[in-house]
Design a protein around this ligand. Sequence first.
Ligand code: BES
Ligand code: MN
Ligand code: ZN
Length: 495
Amino acid sequence: MRFLAGKADIQNINDSSLVLFCVEGNPGRNRVLKEIDRNLGGTIRAVYDSNEFAGQLNQTVVIHTSGRAAFGRLILAGLGPKKALKPDCYRQAAGTMARLGAVRRSSSLGIYFGENESAEYAKAIVEGFILGRYCLDDYKSEKKHDDITDTVTFYSPNKAHVVRLEKGIKSGEIIGGGASLTRTLSAMPGNDLTPRKFVSRAQKLAQKYNFQCKALDEKHIRAERMNAYLGVARGSAEPPRFLILEYRGGRAKAKPIVLIGKGITFDSGGISLKPGLDMQEMKSDMTGGAIVLAAIMTATRLGLKQNIIGLVPLAENLPSGNALKPGDIITSRKGKTIEIINTDAEGRLILIDALDYANEFNPQAVIDICTLTGGAMYILGYWGALLMGNNDRLKDLIRSASEASAENVWELPIWDGQRKWIKSDIADLKNSGGKPATSITAAAFLEACIGDWPWAHIDIASVDIEKYGQPYVPKGHTGFGFRLIMELLSNWKKA
Ligand code: BES
Ligand code: MN
Ligand code: ZN
């Protein structure tokens, strides 16, 4: 499928279908609708008059033109009220429209864009289209090939507008590609995405798009004294890999932004074994890592003007005769001794060694993103991720990115009470504080191991899997957090 832009007047568009995005309200006030309706003999007016379509968000209607226009169908896609219009309305409307039978059966699709519709909206439409259509069928032996859409073309009567649209379309495609990659990695089963296989995928992408990629094996991880991380990894026969990605788009001397993603390719809980129900979902305990890989790839493709490092500690958390046990005491890279209370609190163990390793890059800021605590779900339900951190400026930047991406985050505090709650009687820290404020004590644990830099922690455990299906988020692995991180990186200001 290709996304294009071209100069054309309505009369000359001869695609299989033409889409018009419409805000709520009287079609008589829409110049383009009025013009088309003349040729269609009042059909649009009839559709509005019969209340089949009023422009409400995610409302659609398909009208066959039956020879009365050069395009075969007219599709109206509702955006909701004009006063609430924002890019996410277009993203949603595009996701809904992309999944319609009439659109799937259109080999060429035109989208008519009036001159006041910005490139930002074109970008949102492309994202919504790609993400709405997203479907992982790699593991199906029979593929359902009912999508025949070959081109999606944005039309404007104004040449300069077309040039602006082209830029928006290009970045929408790149963002859509990164988000799709995140979803795919997230959904891949543990046997097909082991730490080593994750690395070999990263290496292929690094070669294709030209960013730096290396991976530390067990020996090197040990040489780095990342013993909290190794403690988690040692229960599995699959060896761990510490992935280091590097994109340098900024000035040579500019301090990098470091992104850290949790990369547990399967979390059984270890000796503190999880209950069996829905344990298969723990194959996506590496979504944070997928986001970081996709973000470095996407930053490269967009040519962002920042230096960005991605760190992904990859491991499986399994029980075995060699696994970490409750009561064990291990020492992190930073030199903190940690009493293991619960081997299922493994994410924080691998993350603190990655956080300490971040010091090697003299970062201007560090952001970790991870499916860290089931408790996130009890706080926000499935409708947002948790944000914690030590720097208001960085948190504000993340809130703006959240607004722009329509990926909700909400801040929780870290108080001294919670910091004290994870102190161990026998060691410096314990890896679980049990039930009270689990999401916060997990963050307090990470905070105890950071360096002297602005830090933010985003817990995406609550939003990793979509239960029902939304306009551009099909049921399944969402890739939530990727677009948020890309908005943050694209509009980066020093924290
Ligand atoms: N990977 C899980 C968190 C999780 C749970 C993510 C459900 C997505 C859905 C994490 O490693 C974990 O097991 N956390 C425990 C910590 C507890 C033992 C302190 C949790 O949240 O229950
Ligand atoms: Mn766990
Ligand atoms: Zn986990």
